[in-house]
Design a protein around this ligand. Structure first.
Ligand code: FAD
Ligand code: UDP
Length: 373
């Protein structure tokens, strides 16, 4: 156990990236400890018993503006275009979502030029110069009627919180457009790994210097492993410190996967349900993976407050508690060389490209350390 240079808790995107760099760039021996029975963290994809590929922990749409991250990952996978199209079911109909020109035309039952659409929204939006929360953000962009039709119910279901009690950045993830572009996001690169995320991360860590222990809780073996260089921790930060400052709130999800005996069940990969049903969204990932098969699987997503941590809850009081944990983490880093990186360890609503960027930055810090006795 003590002949490793680096010990990494968590085989998610961060764990795999740092392991890959450490082994290939430094020739270090790396041990990854993962409590689940698979690698790839929440990006994990696999085959459902029906033979259809699924995204086990929710749909993962890889997108980035960062050319370096795209090029770095391209060493481990080929890509196919990311066909990320989403609709929202409101008032008994499907609308393009994010809101775009076609959404506005259908919602207001009007034929609109871009100029007319902009004028319409200028009339209905609330003039809030510096939105302080998600409600103010959306009201300032599109006004109350569209907010209530597309955002309010979805946000309440997803977070069990009012949009007023969430940072503006939460609903700020969703663009509003006045053209007919109906992609889910605006990023420059929108691609998906041709063989899936798990295959991409597997390729990253295929190296004789990298060992992976699955189904092992880091906590249980922590007293027995002393890496020569450093430890990277990618689990929840409050858990690492035994919740001694209190629990950070996390949102979790239940996924129900149902097979259908038809080639496709819905018109696009994701349908959001802001106002109907208990689930928040249905996902037919086949639209993205482009798998050729006669049957399909829909994932129904239900949000809940307990269970595996999937989402940090971006709100001022949680940021304040996280800051206190961050201070402990900084001490832990300087005394015991434990580095806290990733969505759970940094309590940040990070996308995959962002955690990979953070992982590469952390690796640059770690690689300058000398072995400790
Ligand atoms: P994780 O992927 O969470 O991996 C951490 C790993 O550490 C896990 O495997 C966990 O089991 C393990 N671990 C934790 N504690 C311990 C312990 N004590 N011992 C051993 N192992 C431990 N990103 C996008 O870019 N596009 C998307 O469309 C997108 N959609 C998402 C949808 C959902 C529902 C969710 C939840 C996330 C989504 N993301 C998306 C975000 C993406 O999943 C994360 O940014 C990314 O997985 C974070 O990587 P990570 O390595 O920090 O953490
Ligand atoms: N959101 C909403 N209506 C939607 C989709 C999103 O109100 O139809 C809000 C909601 O608060 C959600 C946030 O925007 O949590 C971010 O949405 P995104 O699709 O980026 O969430 P993720 O894919 O990370 O679950």
């Amino acid at each position: 156990m003590n002949h490793f240079d680096l010990v990494i808790c968590g085989a998610g995107p961060v764990g795999c990236t740092i392991a890959e760099r450490a082994a290939n760039q430094q020739g270090w021996k790396v041990l990854i400890i993962e409590k689940r029975n698979h690698i790839a963290g929440n990006c994990y994809d696999c085959y459902h018993k029906s033979g259809v590929m699924i995204h086990r922990y929710g749909p993962h749409y890889f997108r980035t503006n960062n050319k370096e991250i795209f090029e770095y990952l391209s060493k481990f996978t080929d890509w196919i275009p990311g066909d990320y199209f989403v609709k929202s079911y409101s008032r008994g109909e499907l609308f393009n979502f994010p809101i775009n020109l076609e959404t506005l035309e259908k919602f207001y039952n009007l034929k609109l030029s871009v100029k007319e659409a902009k004028e319409l929204i200028e009339n209905v939006r609330e003039k809030i110069e510096f939105p302080q929360n998600s409600e103010e953000y959306v009201l300032s962009k599109v006004g109350r009627e569209l907010y209530e039709a597309f955002y309010l119910g979805y946000t309440l279901k997803q977070w069990e919180r009012h949009p007023k009690d969430l940072d503006a950045s939460v609903c700020g993830r969703i663009p509003v457009r006045f053209n007919k572009d109906s992609r889910y996001s605006d990023y420059k690169y929108q691609v998906t790994p041709s063989q899936g995320f798990t295959a991409m991360f597997q390729k990253m860590i295929e190296h004789p210097n990298i060992s992976v222990m699955l189904q092992t809780d880091y906590k249980q073996i922590k007293p027995f492993v002393k890496p020569r260089i450093a430890t990277v921790y990618t689990g929840p930060i409050d858990e690492y410190f035994d919740y001694k400052l209190g629990k950070l709130p996390w949102r979790s999800l239940d996924f129900e996967f149902k097979e259908y005996y038809q080639e496709y069940k819905q018109p696009c990969v994701q349908i959001n349900y802001p106002n109907d049903f208990d689930y928040t969204r249905t996902v037919e990932i086949k639209h993205v993976t482009k798998q050729k098969c006669w049957n399909t699987v829909i994932s129904y997503e239900y949000s809940k407050s307990s269970g595996d941590p999937y989402y940090p809850v971006p709100a001022p009081e949680n940021a304040a508690l996280y800051k206190k944990y961050e201070e402990l983490a900084m001490l832990e880093q300087s005394i015991n060389r434990v580095f806290f990186v990733g969505r759970l360890a940094a309590y940040r609503y990070y996308n995959t490209d962002q955690v990979i960027e953070a992982a590469l930055k952390t690796f640059n810090q770690i690689q300058n350390l000398n072995p400790q006795n």
